[in-house]
Structures are given as structure tokens and as C-alpha cells.
Design a protein. Structure first.
Length: 458
């Protein structure tokens, strides 16, 4: 028999928020039934309207706040367009750090059954603004004018913006300049519903240390109207631009980058430094978006790896070899594995660029390549994993358990899949010794962690 819910759609009720969801919505309980309300904060009392009810939870809209959290910040309506992608815009930075650290502890306990694991205080930024080295903004049209900015939360309506408070000023300037040039040249914006038009996204990437800029124009069509003029004007108006790339995405999809990438002008890559290691970055390669915190994260990963110079190391999900090259300086040999061929091309180029010879890179899925290496008699003393949000594949975790590297260093951008994978490794004989959350993405709900596991006693 289905239970009667304590609330109905369109009810107005008074609630007190107890918690936050993983994406920053407030959670209130009505007779044990969870109600998720965007922008509610723990400790706040409010009137909400129930807008949706499901079997296990409902969704409400905040109508009136009776009691405010000390962590609440109010953003004037005229400034809202600068906060695209900032799910935690209504929480002070101090409150955000507290929330993220708690979230890591709770998820490790709930999903990983790791209640007594040592979680260090999160490492935040001294200046948590203008940190992103890359933006990919959707392009559309409003009242006959080309616009570009960010999607309104839970919709495909584009909010036009000329500034983002979390992007580097150079990235803001590049996006704004390319938008103005495309407007002037009357390049038609992509119409998502009709799947017509040309320009879908503008992407800009900046090497924070070098100042070098890459601009990528992503279109539905193979042709770009006024292509030569577009290139000419970008070069004239953005003196730091080193690379202009064209990517064609002809499909009806939410995925940003498409099937074909060509160089329009300049170099295929831009360069950047993390510490004193130099990196070449191409358009399709993953590169951490917060260079300041990346250094903090990699230093911690290196510290956890505890290398003496004798060890062989595997770096799974290595991207352009960033962590591999850090580790190579302190180990006998590093093997990096990555699924994107362009990233491995960058990784090899990066090893050459830095004169690092004790690294080898392979293209392929970590869960296929590493088990094969192991079958062929290879093993590592230290294994580093830095998977995408979905975490490590089960076949890779099984190989780690069989290979028995002394240490596993797990770098994760998703506490839920991290907790799941740590539990599997714990059941396979590893122990979680330390967890260090690092705030790589201020004002968003994302949180990064680096974890040290080892075999043997705690
Ligand atoms: C979070 S990034 C980490 C990259 C790198 N360690 C860094 O810090 O820049 C995850 C990487 O895993 C790659 N990837 C995704 N699935 C993979 C798989 N099954 N096997 C190997 N690499 C994969 C992605 O292309 C991406 O480069």
C-alpha cells in the first residue's frame, strides 16, 4: 500500500532546513519526508511552496525567509548575471568550505562506511574569485541579437553576460571579444530547437602563467561565414592569442565538442606551467581549470606517494601527463594511461619539453591497459588514479587489489564515487589513511579530494 505523503503539490508550508544536497539545495524534513528547496540553508526557517512531490522526496520553492543563516550572502539582482554556474552563490566562502568539508565526511561515512577516517580541514583559496582558466559558453539569439553566457539553472535559456566572477579576466575578455566580432560579422547563432544556424559555443582557454590564449569556435556547419575576417579580427583584438581552433559539432546533442577539429591559425597548443613543469595543452585535452589549487592538489598527491626515487609508479587517467611528470621527478619510472589520444600526444610532448625520460604513456582505457600490463608481469609500487566523475571502473579496482601496490593515491572530483571505490579497495585489503579535500571550484558545489591508502596496519 502506498503511504500518504505529508505534503501536496501547491501547499504552502513552514519549514526549517537541516542540511544541503550534493548540489547545494536546502533539505527540510516534513514528518521525515525530505523536501529539496533551491537556496535554503541549514538553520534557516522559511515559508516554501511545494512544486513537485515524488515517492521518496519532494521539491519546493522558497517564498519567504523568517530566519537567515549567518552564512547567507545576498546578491543584488543587477549582479546576478556574473554568477553563472555558481550553485553556492548565496553562501559566504567560509560557509561553502564548511559545507564541502562536511559533505566529504558524510558521504565517506554513508557510502564508504568510513566513519572514523582522518579527513583534514579543506584547503580553500586566499582569493576565491577569477580562478577558471577555461570557459565554454553557449551561443543563442535574443531579439535578433547574438547572445552568449550561461544556461539559466535547470533550463536551456541562455543568460547573456559580459563577465563571470569565477573566470580569469583574460578568459572573460576573450569570450566577450569573440562574441562582439561574431555579432558584427552577423554570424548566425545556433538555434537548438530547430537545429539550425551556425555558432554553438565559444571556448577560451588561458595559460595562467604564460598568458597565452586559445580560442575555439564550435559550429554546427563545416563552413563559418566570414571565416577569414573572423580570424583576422580575433588576432587584431586579442594580442595574446596563440591558437585559433574550429570544432564542428553537427549533432543534436548537449555534448559541447563535436567530431571534427581543425587548426584555423597559430599553434595547435598553448603552454602553461604548474610549478616549474611546462605543459602543452590542446583543445580536446583535459587540463585542470584552477591552476592555483592544482599545484596544491598535486603537491599533496606527491607527498602521499612518498617516493624515494626507486619506485615504479602507474598514473591511471593521466590526461596530458600532469601528475605523471610531477611524480617522474621523484621515482624510477612512471607509466601513464589515458583514453583520449590527443591528450597522450600532449603528454609525450610534455615529457620531451621538460627533458623527462623516465615516463611512458599509453592510449587506452585504464581498465583494459592496466590489467593487460599486470598479466604481462608488470606491477607498480605506487598507483595513482584520477578518474572522471563516474569513478574507477570495477575491472581496474580488481587489478589494483591483485597487483597490491604498497600505496594507492586516489584523486577524485566526486566524493560519492570516491567513497564507493574506497570501500571496494578497503574490502580488498587496503586502508584509507588520510583524506585531504581541496577546494578547486569555489562557489560551485563541486569538491575535489586526494586520498592516501596503503596495505597493512593503520
Ligand atoms: C579528472 S581527469 C584527470 C587528468 C589528469 N590526471 C590531470 O590532473 O590533469 C580524468 C581523465 O581521465 C580520462 N579518462 C576518462 N575515462 C577513461 C578511461 N576509462 N581510461 C583512461 N582514461 C580515461 C579523461 O579523458 C581525463 O583526461
Amino acid at each position: 500500500m502506498s503511504r500518504t505523503l505529508p505534503v501536496k503539490k501547491n501547499d504552502y508550508i513552514d519549514v526549517e532546513f537541516e542540511d544541503l544536497t550534493h548540489d547545494g539545495a536546502g533539505v527540510a524534513k516534513v514528518d521525515g519526508y525530505p523536501l529539496f528547496v533551491a537556496s535554503g540553508l541549514p538553520g534557516e526557517k522559511a515559508k516554501v511552496k511545494v512544486i513537485k512531490t515524488g515517492k521518496s522526496y519532494g521539491v519546493g520553492r522558497l517564498i519567504e525567509l523568517y530566519e537567515k543563516s549567518p552564512y547567507r550572502v545576498d546578491i543584488p539582482a543587477s549582479e546576478k548575471h556574473k554568477y553563472g554556474g555558481c550553485q553556492l552563490e548565496h553562501i559566504s566562502y567560509e560557509g561553502q568550505l564548511k559545507y564541502k568539508e562536511n559533505q566529504v565526511r558524510q558521504v565517506l561515512a554513508r557510502i564508504g562506511k568510513l566513519d572514523d577516517v582522518q579527513v583534514h580541514p579543506i584547503i580553500g583559496m586566499d582569493n576565491p574569485w577569477h580562478y577558471r582558466n577555461k570557459a565554454q559558453v553557449p551561443v543563442g539569439e535574443k531579439d535578433g541579437k547574438l547572445i552568449a553566457g550561461f544556461f539559466k539553472p535547470r533550463s536551456h535559456e541562455i543568460i547573456d553576460t559580459d563577465e563571470s566572477l569565477i573566470q580569469l579576466p583574460e578568459v572573460n575578455e576573450a569570450i566577450q571579444t569573440v562574441k562582439e566580432i561574431c555579432r558584427k560579422l552577423e554570424i548566425p547563432a545556433y538555434d537548438e530547437e530547430a537545429h539550425k544556424g551556425v555558432l554553438r559555443h565559444i571556448m577560451a582557454r588561458c595559460g595562467r602563467q604564460t598568458g597565452e590564449l586559445m580560442v575555439v569556435v564550435i559550429t554546427r556547419t563545416e563552413d563559418i561565414p566570414h571565416k577569414n575576417k573572423l580570424i583576422e579580427e580575433i588576432i587584431a583584438r586579442l594580442p595574446k592569442v596563440k591558437s585559433i581552433i574550429h570544432n564542428v559539432n553537427s549533432k543534436r546533442t548537449n555534448v559541447i565538442l563535436g567530431e571534427k577539429t581543425t587548426l584555423l591559425w597559430g599553434s595547435e597548443v598553448i603552454y602553461d606551467y604548474i610549478g616549474d613543469v611546462k605543459f602543452a595543452i590542446s583543445a580536446l585535452s583535459f587540463y585542470q581549470i584552477n591552476p592555483v589549487q592544482t599545484k596544491v592538489l598535486y603537491d599533496k598527491a606527491l607527498e602521499y606517494a612518498g617516493l624515494s626515487g626507486e619506485e615504479s609508479v602507474i598514473d591511471a587517467y593521466c590526461g596530458i601527463g600532469t601528475i605523471s611528470l610531477f611524480l617522474a621527478q621523484k621515482s624510477s619510472k612512471v607509466f601513464g594511461v589515458e583514453v583520449v589520444p590527443e591528450a597522450i600526444k600532449d603528454a609525450r610532448r610534455n615529457a620531451d619539453l621538460n627533458g623527462i625520460t623516465n615516463v611512458e604513456f599509453a592510449v587506452g582505457q585504464a581498465e583494459v591497459v592496466i590489467p593487460k600490463w599486470y598479466e604481462e608481469g608488470n606491477a607498480a609500487d605506487v598507483l595513482v588514479v584520477d578518474p572522471p566523475r563516474k569513478g574507477c571502473d570495477a575491472a581496474l579496482l580488481q587489478t589494483i587489489i591483485e597487483m597490491k601496490p604498497k600505496k594507492v593515491v586516489y584523486v577524485s572530483c566526486n566524493p560519492a564515487t570516491l567513497a564507493r571505490d574506497l570501500r571496494i579497495l578497503e574490502d580488498g585489503g587496503y586502508m584509507t589513511l588520510e583524506v585531504q579535500p581541496v577546494d578547486m571550484f569555489p562557489h560551485t558545489s563541486h569538491v575535489e579530494c586526494v586520498v592516501l591508502m596503503s596495505r597493512g596496519e593503520k
